[in-house]
Every structure is written in C-alpha cells, then in structure tokens.
Design a protein around this ligand. Structure first.
Ligand code: FES
Length: 192
C-alpha cells in the first residue's frame, strides 16, 4: 500500500503562527514539532519544509531532532491506534502472533508499513503497558485487552471496527476471495 493517500493537507498559516508564538531558534524545535504532530498526528513533510524555510532551524537540525525522539512520527497515522505490547511478559507469551494476526486482517503486508491502506488503523509495537498478568496484551485506542491468541486479537479488532464503523481491508479481501472461490465451485458443479 502507499501511505501517500493518507498525507495530511498542511495549513501554512497555522505552521507560521506556531513559529511566531513558539519561537524560530533551535530551542523551539521540539515544541514546534510537538505542535505539528498534535495537529496532524505525525510530521508532514510540507510542515517540516515550512519550519525550515521560515525559521532559523535548518533541515539537518530539524530532522535530527525529529528522528532522535521516539515520540515523533514521520509517517501518517490511522484514525485508530493499536499498540501491541512487546514487554517481556507479552513477548514471551506470543506478542509476535498478535502482530501477525492484526496485520493480516488489516492487509498490511509490507514490513515498512504500519497503517492500513484505508487509513483506519495504525499498528505500533510498544513497551510494557502495565498489565503483565493478562499478557499478551494490546491496546486499541484506550481499551486494554489481554490474554489474547491471534484469533482473539482479530475478534477484538473486528468488534472495535464494527463499533467505529471502520472497514478492515484484509477482512474484505478474504470475503471476496471466499465468494470468488464459492462461485467457481458452483460453476464447476453446474457443468454437464
Ligand atoms: S509486558 Fe505486556 S503488559 Fe507488561
């Protein structure tokens, strides 16, 4: 998939207002990036370019700060966030299986991607979320769900998607495949 379609439209007036209010020197880099990410959920390239053009912070300083801190994201984020816990307890009890099941149902097949093609969900690996007794666990938006098998994780995601009225690209693809295969079988059976 391409995350290109998920790119935010940056409002230059807003970015310039932040530069005026927060500052235009290197010490303002972190709060400026926080303001941008607070608005767009990640750091759009257009917003970064505006900061570089209209402040005293050069490209290597700004990108240096943006890539140094784990809090900053360079890629668009989905409408909902799934955090898969990879703390020790969850890792030992099968956190990788949760990633595989979740990615499958979201049709995320490229290791470089973490967001479903329709912008519905982003999947992140995180450190311990503080409920090791129910490992392996994940968090969908603010809801912690634990004691999960891969199938449980898919069920939890489907339930969340129904409530949030989101489509799951992998689920749709599986349904289409199943339908096509059923049609193929019935047309073969109908042959004389
Ligand atoms: S290791 Fe996953 S909740 Fe603690």
């Amino acid at each position: 998939m391409s995350t290109q379609t998920l790119e935010a439209t940056v409002d230059p007036d807003l970015v310039n207002k932040w530069i005026d209010e927060i500052g235009s020197g290197v010490p303002a880099a972190v709060p400026l990036l926080q303001a941008i990410q607070g608005e767009y959920g990640y750091l759009p390239r257009d917003a970064m370019d505006l900061v570089i053009a209209n402040s005293d912070i050069n490209a290597s300083q700004l990108f240096g700060v943006a890539t140094f801190y784990a809090q900053f994201r360079m890629r668009p984020v989905g409408r909902h966030l799934i955090k898969v816990c990879h703390g020790t307890a969850c890792h030992v009890r099968g956190a990788d299986r949760l990633n595989t099941s979740i990615n499958h149902i979201l049709n995320i097949t490229d290791d470089e991607e973490d967001t479903a093609s329709n912008g519905s969900y982003t999947v992140e690996d995180v450190a311990c979320v503080g409920c090791c007794s129910i490992a392996p666990a994940l968090v969908i938006d603010d809801a912690i769900i634990g004691n999960l098998t891969g199938a449980d994780a898919q069920r939890a995601l489907k339930k969340h998607a129904r409530g949030a009225k989101e489509d799951l690209p992998g689920d749709e693809a599986a349904k289409k495949k199943k339908k096509a295969s059923a049609e193929e079988t019935s047309s073969e059976e109908a042959r004389p």
